[in-house]
Design a protein around this ligand. Structure first.
Ligand SMILES: [Zn+2]
Ligand SMILES: [Zn+2]
Length: 426
């Protein structure tokens, strides 16, 4: 993501005040000669695909005291044309980075094992997954223990084929753990033991119609803290657990782990955040900035509190599909490409999930920096404001560990900008 930095620097340079204009003809000629040389370098860099060099040359070009319009450009303003080119490049680069990320992930996961459908085990043919068999001894029927499942020999208990060796081993360990915990009588401890051992479990996996769906229906997909379940749900869960077959329990625990790993992966941007802001602090420190600045230069704002005004749009499917982001509270802003910046708020369930991750030891204290986030106030404010209205958003700019989106705007406060009040930033 070095390129991002250089293009960002370039865009910052374009926005900077121009050097003093000089009418000295010899200086003008020197400047034009420089532009000619730089344009040549720019063409070469583009041909070889060296995008960093492109960004560097563009920055040098835009800093020249005199610029003549670029050939084949409709723009009268050569600096504006350069800016448009840089944005196009940045856009392209982020789109490529998204593709590479997805590809790398897919490759690491390999394919679902065809023998076991990615489940890593097959139902035991002797007891049909019940975990015991009945045998006649004399006149009586006697129960004898049986293994409820047989390890899949094709994928050696990882459920994946041709996966990255690390992923393969990690999944094997998870499958083993889920199997061990499935025979436990205390369901809450079983869940806790599985969910607090998810380090390194890759995101992006799910079983097709997993067994034990009735257990999942009671608890939801997680992450959650088992002890914090409602007491009626706890009772239901315990009863359903005791009645269920070990094979159902194993698969429920496994699916729950995969779901939680996916959510935890999406929340990595909160990992290791040391500051614990309060709403009052966010409002006080929020520096007014423009949508344009946030959209194209969001990286330079990382770690800062900002206040922007923008028109909220309906989140279209295209918008939602543009980047992988786990939270539902995304705010689609006019003029902001979600690959560049995703503005979002947390709903109360998100904060619950983040707290659960923190308690389960997932990530590096990911619940710390949103300890005093007001999810209900933000949600209420957003619900009151219709789509298409001009909003004032105040919040914190965060880095996304994947580099795409380039930055995140964590919204702490939202209000409608009244007509006539536009641009009057507080
Ligand atoms: Zn069996
Ligand atoms: Zn298999």
């Amino acid at each position: 993501m070095k390129l991002l930095l250089s293009v960002t620097l370039f865009l910052a340079a374009v926005g900077a005040p121009l050097p003093a204009q000089s009418d000295d003809p010899s200086k003008l000629l020197a400047s034009l000669e420089q532009q000619r040389q730089l344009s040549h370098r720019l063409r070469e860099a583009r041909q070889t695909g060296d995008l960093q060099e492109v960004a560097r040359v563009m920055a040098s070009l835009s800093a020249l005291p005199h610029l003549v319009a670029l050939p084949f450009s409709n723009e009268d303003d050569p600096r504006g044309a350069l800016k448009a080119q840089a944005r196009e490049m940045l856009d392209q680069e982020l789109a490529n980075a998204t593709k590479v990320l997805e590809q790398t992930r897919r490759q690491a996961l390999g394919k679902a094992c065809t023998r076991c459908d990615g489940r890593a085990y097959r139902q035991c043919g002797r007891c049909q997954g019940k975990g015991y068999r009945e045998r006649r001894v004399g006149r009586r029927m006697r129960r004898i223990d049986c293994r409820a499942w047989d390890p899949c020999p094709v994928c050696s208990e990882s459920g994946r084929l041709a996966a990255d060796p690390e992923v393969h081993q990690r999944l094997q360990r998870l499958v083993l753990l889920a199997g061990k915990e499935a025979v436990r009588i205390d369901v809450l401890t079983a869940i806790k033991n599985v969910l607090s051992n998810l380090d390194g479990v890759p995101p992006g996996l799910a079983l097709e119609s997993p067994r034990g769906g009735f257990l999942l229906k009671i608890t939801g997909h997680g992450p959650f803290i088992p002890d914090k379940l409602k007491s009626t749900d706890k009772k239901k869960l315990k009863a359903a657990w005791l009645k269920s077959q070990p094979a159902d329990r194993r698969e429920y625990l496994y699916q729950l782990a995969l779901d939680t790993a996916r959510v935890a992966d999406g929340l990595r941007f909160l990992s290791g955040q040391t500051k614990v802001p309060t709403l009052a602090e966010v409002i006080k420190k929020a520096t007014p900035t423009t949508v344009e600045e946030l959209a194209w230069n969001g990286r330079s704002l990382i770690g800062k509190f900002v206040s922007i005004e923008a028109v909220g749009k309906k989140p279209t499917q295209e918008y939602l599909d543009a980047v992988d982001f786990p939270l539902a509270g995304r705010i689609n802003l006019d003029g902001v490409d979600p690959k560049m910046v995703v503005a979002f708020c947390y709903v109360p369930e998100d904060i619950e999930a983040i707290r659960a991750c923190g308690k389960l030891g997932i990530g590096d204290k990911i619940d710390r920096s949103v300890r005093s986030y007001p999810p209900r106030a933000v949600m209420k404010a957003l619900q009151k404001i219709g789509v298409g209205k001009r909003l004032r958003l105040q919040g914190r700019v965060l880095r996304h560990p994947d580099g795409v989106p380039a930055a995140l705007l964590e919204v702490w406060r939202v209000e409608e900008v009244a007509a006539g009040e536009e641009g009057a930033q507080r």
